[in-house]
Design a protein around this ligand. Structure first.
Ligand SMILES: *Cc1c(COP(=O)(O)O)cnc(C)c1O
Length: 394
C-alpha cells in the first residue's frame, strides 16, 4: 500500500506514540490537582506549552491547547469577531478557498449580522497582499487567510498579508494546519496575530491542536466550565495527546530541510509524469505549493471512480478534501480557482509522505495513467469530447 493522503491525516511518528503511551501509563494525574500526581502532569503540560511556543517564535502565554484545527479556527475567528463587535467593527475578510472550519464559522457570523468579504484566489490559488489591503475597511475587525491550502497546496505570502494587516491595525489569523511542521514558521517575523494548528497533520495524534494568539488579543470562552487554559477552554487537558503533539512537532521542525530535499524531486517527478496524460492540468501554482502536494484534474472522468480503482492498485489518494468526499458537490477550492463543474469532478489529490520513494513515484504515475485511460474508455463524457460534440476545456 502507498499512503498518499497525508493532507487528510498522517500516521503518528514512533517518537510521538512513545510519548503518548508512556504518559498514559505514568502521568495520569489531573493537571489541576495539587498533589504530586497532578503536579507532574501540570509540569508536562507547561513544558509542552513552552516547547510549542519556541517552535513558532511565540511566548508560552500565547498558546492555548485545543481539540484540533477546527476548534482553533472557531476560537480565533469568534474571538476576533466578538472583540470587533464591541468596537462596532463587524466586517471580516477571508478567501473563497478556506477550510470549512473557517468558511462555516464565517457563515454563522454572517447570520449574526457580520459582513464577510471572500477574496478571489485566482487561477493559481494565490492572493496578492495588495488585494487584502484594498478590501480592508474602517470597520474590518479580522483578516483570516490560510497559510497553505489543504487541497491544492498553494502557499500564501503570509508575511506580506500580515504586514498589510499590521499597518491597518486589523487582526490577522491564519489557518496553518497544512503548513506547520512542513514549512518554517515564525509568528513574529511573519506578522501573524493568531495561528491554528492540528497535531494529526504532522504525525501527532488526532483530536489535539493549538491556537497561538498574540499577547493582548482577548479570547472568547468557547467552552464554559473549569479554569483550564486560563479559563478560555474548560475541560481537563489531554496531557498525553498534547505532549505527543509536541514530540511530533519538534521532530518535524528539526527535519524540514531534510524532508523537503527528499520529497520535492520525487513530487516533481510525479507532476511531470501526470502532465503527460492528455487533457489534464495541475491545479494551483507550480512553484508556490507544499512540497508534498500533487493535485490534478483529468477531463472526461469522475474522481470517485478514479479513487476506487487506485485503491484497488494499492494507492490511497483523495479527490480533494476528506471532509467533502462522499458528497457529489465538486470541491469549492477547485471552483474557486475557476475550474468548471465537469472538470472539477475529475480531480485527484496525492499528498505524499516524507518517506515516499522513487519506486513508489514510478508506480503512482503508471497506475494513474492506466486508470485514467481505462475510465475514459467507457466514459460517455469522454466519447462526446473525442467526437467533437462537446469542447475540451483542458
Ligand atoms: C485538517 C484541517 C483542519 C481541521 O483540523 P482538525 O484537527 O481535523 O479539526 C483545518 N484546516 C485545515 C487547512 C486542515 O487541513
Amino acid at each position: 500500500m502507498i499512503y498518499a493522503d497525508n493532507a487528510a491525516t498522517t500516521p503518528m511518528s514512533e517518537a510521538a506514540i512513545n510519548t503518548m503511551t508512556t504518559l498514559i501509563r505514568e502521568t495520569y494525574g489531573n493537571p489541576s490537582s495539587l498533589y504530586e500526581f497532578g503536579q507532574k502532569a501540570k509540569e508536562v503540560l507547561e513544558q509542552a506549552r513552552e516547547d510549542t511556543a519556541a517552535l513558532i517564535g511565540a511566548d508560552a502565554k500565547e498558546i492555548i491547547f485545543t481539540s484540533g484545527g477546527s476548534e482553533a479556527d472557531n476560537q480565533a475567528i469568534i474571538s476576533a469577531a466578538k472583540a470587533g463587535a464591541l468596537k462596532g467593527k463587524k466586517h471580516i475578510i477571508s478567501s473563497k478557498f478556506e477550510h470549512h472550519a473557517v468558511l462555516h464559522t464565517l457563515k454563522k457570523l454572517e447570520n449574526e449580522g457580520f459582513e464577510v468579504t471572500l477574496l478571489d484566489v485566482h487561477e493559481n490559488g494565490i492572493i496578492d497582499p495588495s488585494e487584502v489591503e484594498a478590501a480592508i475597511r474602517e470597520d474590518t475587525c479580522l483578516v483570516t487567510i490560510m497559510y497553505a491550502n489543504n487541497e491544492i497546496g498553494t502557499i500564501q505570502d503570509i508575511k506580506g498579508i500580515g504586514a498589510v494587516c499590521r499597518a491597518k491595525g486589523v487582526i490577522f489569523h491564519t489557518d496553518a494546519v497544512q503548513a506547520i511542521g512542513h514549512l518554517k514558521i515564525n509568528v513574529v517575523e511573519e506578522n501573524i496575530d493568531m495561528l491554528s494548528a492540528s497535531a494529526h497533520k504532522f504525525h501527532g495524534p488526532k483530536g489535539v491542536g493549538f491556537l497561538y494568539a498574540r499577547k493582548g488579543i482577548r479570547l472568547a470562552n468557547l467552552i464554559e466550565g473549569g479554569a483550564q487554559e486560563k479559563g478560555k477552554r474548560a475541560g481537563t487537558e489531554n496531557v498525553p495527546g498534547i505532549a505527543a503533539m509536541v514530540t511530533a512537532l519538534k521532530e518535524e521542525v528539526a527535519n524540514i530541510d531534510k524532508n523537503t530535499a527528499h520529497i520535492l524531486p520525487i513530487r516533481n517527478k510525479i507532476i511531470e509524469g501526470l502532465k503527460e496524460i492528455p487533457h489534464s492540468a495541475l491545479n494551483g501554482d507550480e512553484e508556490r505549493r507544499l512540497p508534498s502536494n500533487v493535485n490534478f484534474c483529468f477531463e472526461g472522468i469522475e474522481g470517485e471512480s478514479l479513487l476506487l480503482l487506485l485503491d484497488d492498485k494499492g494507492i490511497a489518494a483523495s479527490s480533494g478534501s476528506a471532509c467533502t468526499s462522499g458528497s457529489l458537490d465538486p470541491s469549492h477550492v477547485l471552483l474557486a480557482i475557476g475550474r468548471v463543474h465537469d472538470v472539477a469532478h475529475g480531480s485527484l489529490r496525492l499528498s505524499l509522505g516524507e518517506d515516499v520513494t522513487e519506486e513508489e513515484a514510478d508506480y503512482i504515475i503508471k497506475a494513474v495513467k492506466e486508470v485514467v485511460e481505462y475510465l475514459r474508455g467507457f466514459s460517455p463524457v469522454w466519447r462526446d469530447l473525442v467526437a467533437g460534440k462537446t469542447q475540451f476545456i483542458l
